[in-house]
Design a binder for this molecule. Structure first.
Ligand code: G4P
Length: 529
């Protein structure tokens, strides 16, 4: 098969949601349709416990499982579809943001009872940074949810995206009858029966069909009114606007009851984009270029504490990746060779000889790779867009056993490369500050340093709530700002200065007092703002 054909048949995406909206359930149903899994519950086991009480033993257990489910690929309608898994726990949201840099589109799941939640907004901000095309699935229609028009308004308001309903629900909760497909003009009925719930296609053709009244009773007239209203209010679906990340088609259903999932999948294969061009620091790289390139967006380390092996997940962006071929590691400026690359098909991990744009390859790594690293055939460009957000919790980490200082530094460095934490040095001294977005990470760090590196550590609380990368074209102003705040300036791994603020209020005051300095809340892991 030609490279072009291989690219055209790939669809790589992520299912994202606020925890509990139904991401895992929907993923599982999609995989069942594609034959990617055969038993319900296979994806479920991947979920990190959602309780707020931290349970790092559970996380350790899950870490093993989540390597196997990091990518789930299956074939459907002649396409090779890959779903990249994202952790549900909010403390690991950064992992999700990075995974979003490796997909070509997303399906966003919303709970019809709760609507747009905090994490939904944050995830969409990341999608918008890259203009990632989004399809929305409004889930749990079998529950008494909010009126669909209200939900659509909220989606537009809070997510700053134009929406276009593709299906329309008929009532909800106990009265939920089904959905009407606004494009194919079919009616799908929801039949909650004894034990199993079924989706049935009714013979109704269009909303003027008199059989609609027989099927829906008094809800038929309501549906007719709703459809007229929708056609009047919402612009017709526009593929170009969707592909540009400006318009989100919306589907309604119930993942748990497998209702509306096939419509979602069938539309996905029709409209979701194949791998496209990607930006680097030097030029845009097209997937059909002859020469291979890709970047690392995720690292799983030390699954077996007796070995230091890690698995780096590489997203192929152009050309063909070949096993045994020499590959150029741009950051280290040297050649590497991978003898056992893996792909993830269905429930199995298998060794591969080649991979194409859109594919995710698992590479065994002995410490050469870091999140955000670009690998190419020879060119020295770096992929943009693996995001790093300003942490909200800062602690100084202290090695409790100075005799094991080498292991301590190695452990902290490796956990940083894996993306578990961000590492800063205070005033370029030996004092190490860790920044995270969740409390849970500190427990994981302490546990893993002990288990994998034999090091005990302590954390000292720091009174900061926000960190911002500093930039200015006025070098003198920047130096002055830094000199005046020796305790509040730390440096990241790329030696970029970061300002730590005690509160949002103080940060805002500092920002307005220093107009010549720009305060950035996110940066690229490659170090560029
Ligand atoms: P997440 O990955 O986004 O965190 O959500 P997940 O799929 O785990 O779903 C969260 C809860 O919502 C689960 O219930 C799940 O069964 C339920 N759920 C998912 N889709 C639907 C739906 O369409 N209708 C209804 N009524 N519920 C739905 P749980 O009690 O937390 O877990 P479990 O005991 O069912 O496994």
């Amino acid at each position: 098969m030609s490279l072009q054909r291989e690219i055209e048949r790939r669809r790589t995406f992520a299912v994202i949601s606020h925890p509990d909206a139904g991401k895992t359930t929907l993923t599982e149903k999609l995989l069942l349709y594609g034959g990617g899994i055969h038993t319900a519950g296979a994806v479920k086991s991947n979920k990190i416990t959602k309780t707020t009480t931290s349970d790092f033993m559970e996380i350790e257990k899950q870490r093993g499982i989540s390597v196997a489910t990091a990518v789930m690929s299956f074939e459907y309608a002649g396409l090779l579809i890959s779903i990249l898994d994202t952790p549900g726990h909010k403390d690991f949201a950064e992992d999700t943001y990075r995974t979003l840099s490796a997909v070509d589109s997303v399906v966003l799941v919303i709970d019809s009872v709760k609507g747009v939640e905090e994490q939904t907004e944050r995830l969409m901000q990341v999608c918008r940074m890259r203009n990632t095309p989004v399809i929305v699935f409004v889930n749990k229609l079998d529950r008494e949810g909010r009126p669909p028009v209200e939900l659509l308004d909220e989606l537009e308001d809070k997510l700053s995206i134009t929406v276009r309903p593709m299906t329309w629900p008929i009532a909800s909760g106990r009265r939920f009858k089904g959905v009407y497909n606004l494009y194919d003009h079919n009616l799908y009925l929801f039949r909650p029966g004894a034990g199993r719930v079924e989706q049935q296609r009714s013979p109704v053709q269009g909303f003027n069909d008199s059989r609609l009244d027989t099927e829906l009773g008094s809800d038929a007239e309501r549906l007719r009114e709703d459809v007229k209203l929708i056609e009047g209010v919402y612009q017709p679906f526009d593929l170009e606007a969707y592909t540009a990340g400006k318009l989100a088609p919306v589907f309604f259903g119930s993942a748990l009851n497998n209702f509306g999932v096939r419509e979602l999948l069938d539309s996905f294969v029709r409209i979701a984009p194949a791998p496209g061009p990607r930006a680097t620091n030097m030029r845009e790289v097209r997937p059909e270029e002859d020469r291979f390139s890709g970047f690392v967006f995720k690292i799983h380390a030390n699954l077996d504490p007796r070995h230091r092996d890690r698995i780096a997940f590489l997203r192929v962006c152009s050309g063909r990746f070949d096993r045994f071929k020499q590959i150029y590691h741009v950051r280290h400026d040297r050649k590497l060779r991978f003898t056992t690359p893996y792909s993830f098909m269905a429930e199995k991990k298998r060794m591969i000889d080649s991979a194409y744009p859109g594919d995710v390859v698992g590479l065994y790594d002995r410490g050469d790779l870091s999140i955000g690293d670009t690998l190419t055939e020879s060119e020295a460009f770096t992929y943009r867009g693996v995001p790093r957000f300003s942490p909200t919790i800062f602690r100084e980490v202290v090695n409790a056993a100075p005799m094991r200082s080498k292991q301590f530094h190695k452990g902290v460095t490796q956990l940083t490369e894996e993306g578990l934490l961000q590492l800063f040095s205070l005033n370029r001294s030996n004092r190490l500050i860790l920044g995270t977005v969740g409390e849970l990470q500190f427990e994981v760090i302490q546990y893993r340093l002990r288990e994998e590196y034999g090091v005990e550590c302590r954390f000292q609380l720091l009174p900061y709530e926000k960190g911002c990368w500093l930039q200015s074209s006025d070098r003198d102003a920047l130096e002055r700002f830094i000199r005046l705040r020796p305790q509040q300036i730390v440096y990241d791994r790329e030696e970029q200065p970061v300002y730590l603020a005690r509160s949002d209020w103080l940060l805002q005051a500092t920002i307005s007092d220093n107009p010549e300095i720009s305060f950035e809340f996110s940066s690229d892991v490659t170090g560029s703002l």
